[in-house]
Write a protein that binds this ligand. Structure first.
Ligand SMILES: Nc1ncnc2c1ncn2[C@@H]1O[C@H](COP(=O)(O)OP(=O)(O)OP(=O)(O)O)[C@@H](O)[C@H]1O
Ligand SMILES: Cc1ncc(COP(=O)(O)O)c(N)n1
Length: 276
């Protein structure tokens, strides 16, 4: 049976992040990708030059159209931009019973804001409580928790804080913590499940869309029936292969390689280790 996943996210004209990255990832992982577009960005590997968000009503209509026709097995959210959009998305996902990956996208690599400041409260109160898993990077975890993250114990404290907002589990991604010996993500789940997944650092500027690609892979592996801890490990393998085999296109922060995982045979743990 073909599994179906839904991404609710913004468009990146440059194709490396956003809904484009999500659909490429779903496709590579054999999951049928559907989408609800929240915003259009004019964007390339140098940055974002314009943003136009969608009316909440057309976002609601897209989600309903997909849900009415398909048995959606996992949903991921990316760029949501405003409190109104977050409320509209939350209304459609509440009580849906579908595993939900929330990537709390806030700032694009070039510095553009993809979430209005006043929308952070809505994210925390309306959407995060619905999450199967929330996947902040370290700056996003700082905004969500109000904590300054400077150490491993700060990362653990931030994870607990996000769980206290009502999320079932959290992955704090370590891609921005360059002083750490590994690119290491911490998973904290219900009933005390806790482990880290690490890979060697890849020395590259081509990391545009890593967060989107990672959370889309996590949703795809969940749609495919993996348990949450399994999907967290598999998604790390997918993103590590994608970063390690960069495409070398674009003059700024280039996209990652969505083909790499399968071209290297899929289901690979190469370089990835689970700790704890
Ligand atoms: N240079 C790198 N080498 C290896 N792994 C990396 C590197 N950069 C990020 N990662 C991994 O990529 C995934 C995404 O992490 P990151 O913290 O970069 O997310 P993000 O900040 O949401 O993405 P972006 O910076 O593109 O917005 C994580 O699994 C992280 O460990
Ligand atoms: C439309 C859109 N959505 C999300 C991101 C962030 O990308 P990421 O955090 O994956 O690099 C982006 N640059 N553009």
């Amino acid at each position: 049976m073909v599994h179906v996943a839904l991404t609710i996210a913004g468009s990146d004209s440059g194709g490396g992040a956003g809904i484009q990255a999500d659909l490429k990832t779903f496709q590579e992982l054999g999951v049928f990708g559907t989408s609800a577009l929240t915003a259009v960005t004019a964007q390339n590997t140098y940055g974002v030059s314009a943003i136009q968000s969608m009316e909440p009503s057309i976002i609601t209509a897209q989600i309903q159209a997909v849900k009415e026709d398909f048995a959606v097995q996992a949903v991921k959210t990316g760029m949501l931009f405003s409190a109104e959009i977050i409320q509209a998305v939350a209304a459609e996902l509440r009580d849906s019973g579908i595993p939900l990956v929330i990537d709390p996208v806030m700032i694009a690599k070039g510095g553009a804001s993809l979430l209005r400041d006043e929308a952070v409260d809505a994210l925390k109160s309306a959407l995060i409580p619905l999450a199967t898993v929330v996947t902040p990077n370290i700056p996003e975890a700082e905004v969500l928790t109000g904590l300054e993250i400077k150490s491993e114990s700060d990362i653990e404290r931030a994870a607990e804080h996000i769980m206290a907002l009502g999320a079932q589990s959290v992955v704090i991604k370590g891609g921005h913590w360059k002083e750490a010996p590994f690119a290491e993500d911490l998973f904290v789940g219900s009933e005390g499940t806790r482990f880290s997944v690490r890979s060697p650092w890849v020395d590259t500027k081509d990391t545009h869309g890593t967060g989107c690609t990672y959370s889309a892979a996590l949703a795809a592996f969940l749609a495919d029936g993996e348990s949450l801890p399994e999907a967290v490990i598999s998604a790390k393998c997918f993103i590590h292969a994608a970063i390690e085999n960069g495409l070398g296109i674009g003059g700024g922060h280039g996209p990652t390689n969505h083909w790499a995982y399968n071209r290297k045979g899929g289901n690979l743990m190469e370089g990835v280790a689970v700790i704890g």
